[in-house]
Design a protein around this ligand. Structure first.
Ligand code: SAH
Length: 372
């Protein structure tokens, strides 16, 4: 079911209350003669209580609720569009206060409810096959904007359920916005927040070695996924331009350090682009590159993007690739297609929304899936 895109949205976009620091909110409360405990009350309503209006916060004085509503929004993003696929995958297009748009996805599966979130408006990494990077990066998301994606997706779930997993695989390069991401995850991963286990958070990166080590040094059991996409530097630089100045050796060294430091196995993601990087020789070279590492390989059959020349791999190419890697002793999964009847591949719904004349991508799937 595709709900119609909202044509006109209110332009009166006030600050979201969650984006205020404790000091800012505290000062505002003092001006209004209110105790500081209101901060945790309001946050609890939004983060745990699923409130989407100040009026719903029934243990706050009525005057305070009205004063808050005059100056702030409870949640500062607006749902500009939402889609639901037949398999239950749901996607939200959120409009930010500056009028820009981001996407996030909820993937319900058996006993899991996975949220796939964005960390930037657009992306600056320029991977040649990816829809998110086509217009470059506009800006980093704030920690509040990252947290709001999680809250809005959680609010789509039944009352007695919560989010179980987070994959940071939406738009943007998470490690280029590490501080804001970590601040949002800190709220998400405590019982008084969204109650998600840090072990069930996967951060996917193009491979920024210094930031990978910073992530490891946090001492949190986050799961790291590294987007390799090629078994040698020459091919990787063609597909992932940032590779020109970083290189596979430095990325693998940082990923090895991540494993040594956290004890958490790294997942290597590999988008299979038909006729580009999906030959058996690539698989054998990838197996040699990963060698004896204790690693997972997550193969992602390409979701075609309108206007880009890359194609899905054939089923035969995928099967052969998997078999070669398994023969070399690697632990391999092929990412399942999710949300196939909605624009669930990252950046694609936003493209349709912002450029209505652009053709709608004919192959779509979710960027988020079970890598944990
Ligand atoms: N910047 C992060 C997150 C990107 S999205 C990173 O590079 O890892 C998560 C994964 O989906 C990445 O491996 C990305 O390369 C891949 N991806 C992006 N567009 C895709 C598409 N159209 N089809 C299949 N995988 C895609």
């Amino acid at each position: 079911m595709n709900l119609p895109l909202a044509p006109i949205l209110p332009t009166d976009l006030r600050r979201g209350i969650l984006s205020l620091s404790e000091a800012e909110f505290g000062a505002w409360l003092r001006q209004h003669g209110q105790p500081l405990m209101r901060i945790s009350q309001v946050r609890r309503w939004l983060i745990q209580g699923r409130a989407e209006s100040f009026g719903a916060m029934t243990d706050l004085p009525v005057d305070l609720r009205a004063a808050l509503a005059r100056e702030f929004e409870p949640l500062e993003t607006q749902v500009a569009a939402q889609t639901q696929a037949r398999d239950g995958t749901r996607k939200l297009l959120l409009r930010l206060r500056d009028g820009r748009h981001i996407e996030c996805v909820l993937i319900p599966e058996r006993d899991r409810r996975t949220a796939c979130v964005s960390t930037q408006v657009g992306c600056g990494m320029g991977c040649v096959f990816c829809a998110s990077g086509l217009g470059g990066v506009a800006r980093n998301l704030t920690s509040g904007e990252i947290l709001e994606q999680l809250i809005r997706l959680r609010n789509l779930t039944p009352r007695d359920e919560r989010l179980t997993n987070i994959v940071v695989m939406g738009m943007g390069e998470p490690l280029a916005n590490l501080d804001n991401l970590v601040a949002a995850l800190e709220v998400a991963c405590v019982p008084a927040g969204l109650g998600i286990s840090a072990r069930h958070v996967t951060v996917s990166t193009v491979g920024l070695p210094t930031k990978i080590r910073q992530l490891a040094a946090l001492g949190k059991p986050y799961h790291l996924a590294v987007s390799l996409h090629a078994p040698n530097d020459a091919l990787r630089t063609q597909i992932v331009p940032t590779n020109a100045r970083i290189g596979l050796a430095a990325i693998l060294a940082a990923a090895d350090d991540f494993f040594a430091c956290t004890g958490r196995r790294v997942t290597y993601e590999y988008v299979l682009l038909g006729g580009v990087n999906d030959a058996p020789t690539h698989a054998r070279e990838l197996a040699r590159l990963l060698g004896r590492r204790i690693a997972h390989v997550n193969l992602i059959p390409y979701n075609e993007v309108a206007g880009l020349p890359y194609r899905q791999p054939t089923a035969q190419a995928v099967a052969t690739f998997v078999a070669e890697l398994r023969r070399a002793g690697l632990n391999v999964k092929v990412r399942k297609r999710k949300g196939a009847d909605i624009d669930a591949a990252c950046g694609q719904l936003r493209r349709r929304f912002e450029a209505p004349s652009a053709p709608v991508p004919h192959a779509v799937a979710s960027e988020a899936a079970s890598v944990q």
